[in-house]
Write a protein that binds this ligand. Structure first.
Ligand code: LIP
Length: 281
């Protein structure tokens, strides 16, 4: 896909991310609002998730009616992921934070062509921070004062010098509980520490902008990470599967790190793996 076609899509994605951010800020704090549960009592969805996703898809369809769409809140009736130009969107990443009025959630708009993530836009409305990247053209942050800066991962020589983000996730079954806590112990005890912030997309942006050194998780979906993959790699980061192998965007397990050596050190230290592609939930 030509750069000008991606730049056009990036402009639309940024406009819609900011519009979605306004919707998020006008409706946050829904503990007493309409909150439904998905796979567990900790896996939440709100009317705002659905409204934001509908707005974004409707607006994109007006300009790109032939593009395909995959979204968290309509995943069961969306397009199958293919080589076609495809928008992959998490309308509110960090929904649990949103419901609890904890100011760490975002909209994540990713775009793939021939199954390659090539455009990512992530907007954190509480800070008015907009992260954006086009494959091969760097990663940028536009701050609340309107200044746009290039973002880069920070050098980190080893896990023993790393600040790592990891999540409990929203599943509540024994296999996941074992995976989360055995790995938290193994990685946490060998690092400067673990942070758990509740948004995969913003965790990735924190690594991409040099605030954290690595993020790993078992469970999130393609819409949680698609935009972040572009931003992290364009910021000089390294992305792989939790085994250290090639990232599978649909594998629901990943390591984002500031460099390959750190990513591989983390992969070696993960003591429990989960295989979501072959049956594990
Ligand atoms: C969230 C992810 C997070 C994960 C949560 C949840 P959502 O996405 O960003 O990394 O730990 O369980 O999946 O559901 O808020 O869009």
């Amino acid at each position: 896909m030509e750069l000008n076609e991606l730049l056009e899509r990036q402009t639309l994605a940024i406009e819609l991310a900011r519009k979605a951010g306004k919707m998020i800020m006008e409706s946050s704090g829904l503990m007493d609002g309409v909150v439904d549960e998905k796979c567990s009592f900790a896996d939440l969805v709100t009317e705002s998730d659905k409204a934001v996703e509908k707005m974004v898809f409707d607006e994109i369809r007006k300009q790109y009616p032939m593009d395909k769409f995959i979204g968290e809140e309509s995943a069961n009736n969306m397009d199958e992921w293919s080589d076609e130009p495809t928008w992959i969107i998490d309308p509110i990443d960090g929904t649990t934070n949103f419901v609890h009025n904890f100011p760490f959630c975002c909209i994540s708009i990713g775009f793939t062509y021939k199954r390659i993530p090539c455009l990512g836009v992530i907007y954190h409305p509480h800070l008015d921070h907009l992260y954006s990247a086009i494959k091969g053209h760097g990663a940028k942050l536009t701050k609340s004062n309107g200044e746009t800066i290039d973002i880069h991962v920070r050098p980190c020589p080893s896990l023993s010098k790393a600040l790592v983000v990891a999540e409990l996730g929203s599943q509540r079954d024994e296999a996941k509980r074992k995976c989360v806590f055995k790995n938290l112990e193994s990685i946490g005890w060998a690092s400067h520490g673990i942070r758990s912030l509740g948004s995969a997309a913003l965790n990735i942006c924190s690594v991409a902008s040099g605030q954290l050194d690595a993020f790993f998780e078992f469970g999130p979906y393609i819409w949680d990470i698609c935009a972040g993959v572009v931003i992290a790699m364009e910021a000089g980061g390294y992305v792989c599967d939790t085994t250290g192998g090639k990232l599978d965007l649909q594998g629901r397990r990943f390591i984002f790190a500031s460099n390959e050596k750190l990513a591989k050190e983390i992969a070696d230290k993960l003591v429990v793996q989960m295989d979501f592609k072959n049956g594990e939930k």
